[in-house]
Design a binder for this molecule. Sequence first.
Ligand SMILES: Cc1ncc(COP(=O)(O)O)c(C=O)c1O
Length: 344
Amino acid sequence: MSLTRPDLDALPAYVPGRSVPGAIKLASNEVPYGPLPGVVDAVTAAIEGVHRYPDMGVTALRERLAARLGVAPERIATGCGSVALFEHLFRVTCLPGDEVVYPWRSFEAYPIIAATTAATSVRVPNTADHAHDLDAMAAAITERTRLVIVCSPNNPTGTAVRKADLDAFLDKVPANVLVALDEAYREFVTDPDVPDGLVEYGDRPNVVVLRTLSKAWGLAGLRVGYLIGTPEVAGAVRKVVTPFSTSLAAQAAALAALDAEDEMLRRVALITAERSRVVEAVRKVYPEVPETQGNFFWLPLGDQAAEFAAQCERAGVIVRAFQGDGVRVTLGTPEENDAFLGAL
Ligand SMILES: Cc1ncc(COP(=O)(O)O)c(C=O)c1O
């Protein structure tokens, strides 16, 4: 007799990028340059207070984000990474049998969250060039649909949705369906045709934008994500959030990181320059690498994905295989990227 739900056996586990001592890790879409200046001091100072609970309202951080983004703090909710915010969003939108439409392949947490909340997954296959099929996604919306996810840049394929296409898509989504724009990699976007979800669509009541401090801001290990929606949607998320899940250290670190925006931008520019160099080199071997606006790129290797990753690992470079589909490679320092190119 099982003490847990029988359907969990069929659930794919979230696979983190592997860390192997001594190996170069290009498997988790992290930025390689260490914490931003000020973060270590802020966390060290915050540690003195860890016998107390943190501010449950995350007031200072929400106010800082609000000022930076030009919105009211009531429109912001924070969570233990934006992955947790997705879980909360599923909870506040879906009753049993309600549907969540999302592209596939995309962020692997979406189906896992759907399977353990009331939501039913409706996956819409990407186009042949690994981008969202927005027409098919719009066509997949039914009377049961409560939530639609647009992931741009898309993890793991790197492709991004252009403004004209997203305008047309959003116009087709009924007003009673929430659209979650997952912009975890927004800071790495260099194509001006890729819209900033908050700037372009922030005034639409059925749009919520999710971002994270894990990637460009270098706080993956402390877990700070945030969303911007209407006061109603953000308030609903704050209601169901696991209490105190934006920890004391996370709140302090996030405030310090946001103070170091110039350095964040400098580091992002290093990564996007490397992106151009490395993708061009990789395309000489694998011309089918799709465009990428993230800090990673996609090798659509199908059934060869696991073997490719295993060979990279033998050469001391850890990449992320999605067997049957492809391999995602995170951009690291120039030396790390050269090690990958050597392995390739
Ligand atoms: C597309 C996308 N969304 C959200 C997340 C969640 O990031 P975090 O929970 O670290 O904020 C990730 C992390 O890999 C991601 O790739």
